[in-house]
Design a binder for this molecule. Sequence first.
Ligand code: SF4
Ligand code: SF4
Length: 365
Amino acid sequence: MVVLTGLTELVARLRAEGYRVVGPTVRDDAIVLDEIQSADELPYGYGVDAAPGRYRLRRRGDAAAFGHSAGPQSWKQFLHPPRRQLWTADRDGGSFTVTEPANPDERLALLGVRPCDLAAIAVQRRVFGEDSDYARRIDQAFVIAVNCTEPAEVCFCVSAGGGPRADTGYDLALTELANSRYLVEIGSETGSALLSQVVYAPAEPGDIATANDQIRTAENRMSRALPDTDLPGLLRRAAESPHWDDVASRCLTCGNCTMVCPTCFCTSVVDTTDVTGDHAERWQGWASCFDLDYSELHGGQVRTSGASRYRQWLTHKFGTWHAQFGQSGCVGCGRCVAWCPVGIDVTAELTALAATSDIDQPVPS
Ligand code: SF4
Ligand code: SF4
């Protein structure tokens, strides 16, 4: 392990290598992810106060660059874009020609990927598969993880298995120490090669101990947790629970939770034509299981009530995702809790379901 002082040279080196560097920065009273031209654009000195239905920036008493928890966006906006063209078709006499857009060749450098978001990237990669644009984008990206030392009140990555320490899936992993110093762990040959081009110092034992202490403290600070029970089994048994109506009485079915969730992947497609009818386009865009039309089959929508749509979201995320992808669909980032306008908290709803004794029992055979 080594120590970097400041990130100026690292960002400049990545840009010189042709990467488009994306990292956290302050905009619209939030920490957002955007292209940065230099390390000066990182959100030095900003922290976040988050709670169910609440997110506020605050000034810290120091100049930490990563002293904040997850913002409203995740890296999925770069790896699984909110809107993308699938193909165009042009009339050609009595026939037509279909053209697919070229595969993206942009090389992204993702700076500041939290362990929960690393886990989310791994989840989405599994969803989309190895022969996908998603896998190509992440394979050609340079990933700089940042171990979490500042969980928000809404975070629960420890119980969801998403953090707070990055263990795989990065080229370099940083732990922020005091005074703009960063302990660096190397995760790949690409990371090692890039690091060899910047000035660093060997890590002292005290630096490593401090980093470990900070991550351990973050872990111990995480008070929110998923109920310690078989969630897929619980959700199977809870299919007819009256608790879904209770949630539905609060839920606005706005879909915010699915938009901010770093693992939600659903899309729909829209076809358009120009007025001549000679040119057509097909676009894919993010969709939400909270949209009424999302469950449209022949003859109408299947999930017409808010209760059925909330049940679908929670049951897929924490239950049937296991059967479909062999793991949970939640990494515990807490975004859906903070960005739900009415403060609905998945950990509280699951706990309420688990506490309903008549449903937390094995189904009689
Ligand atoms: S369900 Fe909520 S806490 Fe879990 S990964 Fe999605 S946004 Fe994060
Ligand atoms: S749970 Fe919250 S964020 Fe999700 S659809 Fe309902 S009101 Fe919107």
